[in-house]
Design a protein around this ligand. Structure first.
Ligand code: PLP
Length: 380
């Protein structure tokens, strides 16, 4: 049996998305910047698509910029806000994705900003009081905090962070790559300044994403070049990818409650079965606190075992694709910066299972059965 449980890394493309992309790979191949009929057809599709996507997040089309994915969108929001607004201080957390963390750390290394990191607890929850103090001490900062953590699934209270940001004249960027298409987004209700999507995380194609920028903010482009994306991103648009992404987000949003119930059911089933089969099992993050945990991600913490190093390999041999990681041991940089930051024990193995609408209960049961077979605790 082949089981794909690595949907936080990437999701399989939905066949309906492939179908929606095909006309833009075959018939509508014009360059949207060309003024002739072929170009105009592509441009018209692109702009109608922008409107459809904007509707899904309650934004206006002028607030949506297509990018090559989440990494570029994060880099654009961060670097261009620092440059355009003359930001001298930024606030983030130690468990952000490297697309955010390395970008901010590089800005600090270049001497452009001072960077503060908000404390996180053993479960990966941010310390809101610490965040409030940092914001009060540094009004006008750039705040970059993700919606859900990609390794342990913790959800941040982005509405409350947006409110705090507004009260202290800060700019709030939130990396929503792992939650786009999994929770409905209303940019007005949430009130963030920047939000990010990456199509391949919600059954769309790879190499395409978008950045939402609040219309009250004007930032300079990240990629210099032609006048595409209203002078905000040079480069010929990946029109087939963009049309696929829009279709993927429409499909996700149209059926969000049914998918959430199905996928949450799989995650809860896995938690229950793992506890029954491996009583020593623990979890990283808050997986049993459904309101504060992304329903697609389950990070399993295995007790010390001689076989932990071979875990991923053995799961792969059993036909199960998932991700492994453990905290970095002292002095080493190898391992997960997220698990290290929350103080996870480096001797314990960690496996991230992540689910999608295409997974089944049988697949979950098979993964639990194989994990229980492979896992052999160190006997005292
Ligand atoms: N941010 C988060 C939270 C992610 O999980 C990822 C991808 O894993 C990214 C950003 C980067 O997105 P992309 O692969 O589209 O560059």
């Amino acid at each position: 049996m082949k089981v794909y449980l690595d949907n936080a890394a990437t999701t399989p493309i939905d066949p309906q998305v492939v179908e929606a992309m095909m006309p833009y790979l075959t018939e509508t191949y014009g360059n949207p910047s060309s003024t002739h009929a072929h170009g105009r057809m592509a441009k018209s599709a692109l702009e109608k698509g922008r409107k459809r996507l904007a509707n899904l997040i309650n934004a206006s089309p002028s607030e949506v910029f297509f990018t090559s994915g989440g990494t570029e969108a994060d880099n654009t929001a961060i670097c261009c806000t620092i440059r355009t607004k003359g930001i001298k201080h930024a606030i983030t957390s130690p468990i952000e994705h490297h697309a955010v963390l390395h970008t901010l750390e590089n800005e600090e290394k270049l001497g452009n900003i001072k960077l503060s990191k908000v404390n996180v607890d053993r479960n990966g929850n941010i310390d809101f009081e610490h965040l409030t103090n940092l914001v009060k001490q540094n009004p006008g900062s750039l705040i970059s905090l993700m919606h859900a953590n990609n390794e342990i699934g913790n959800l941040n209270p982005i509405e409350a962070i947006a409110q705090l940001s507004k009260e202290h004249n800060c700019y709030f960027h939130t990396d929503t790559v792992q939650t786009m298409g999994h929770y409905l987004k209303d940019v007005h209700k949430i009130g963030m300044d920047f939000m990010v999507g990456s199509a391949h995380k919600f059954h769309g194609p790879k190499g395409v994403g978008f950045l939402y920028v609040n219309k009250d903010l004007k930032i300079s482009p990240f990629i210099q070049g032609g006048a595409q994306e209203r002078n905000m991103r040079g480069g010929t648009e990946n029109i087939a990818g963009i049309m696929g992404m829009i279709k993927a987000l429409e499909l996700a949003c149209a059926d969000i409650e049914r998918h959430q119930a199905h996928v949450q059911g799989l995650k809860s089933r896995m938690i229950k079965k793992l506890k029954e089969n491996i009583p020593e099992i623990e979890f990283n993050g808050n997986p049993e606190d459904e309101k504060n945990s992304l329903y697609t991600v389950l990070n399993v913490c295995l007790p010390e075992s001689e076989d932990n190093d071979m875990l991923l390999f053995n799961l792969d041999l059993a036909g199960i694709s998932c991700s492994a990681g453990s905290a970095c041991s002292s002095g080493s940089n190898i391992g997960s910066h997220v698990l290290t930051a929350i103080g996870a024990d480096p001797n314990r193995g960690a496996v991230r299972f992540s689910f999608s609408k295409f997974n089944t209960a049988e697949e979950v049961d098979y993964a639990v059965e194989k994990l229980a077979e492979i896992y052999a605790p160190v006997t005292q």
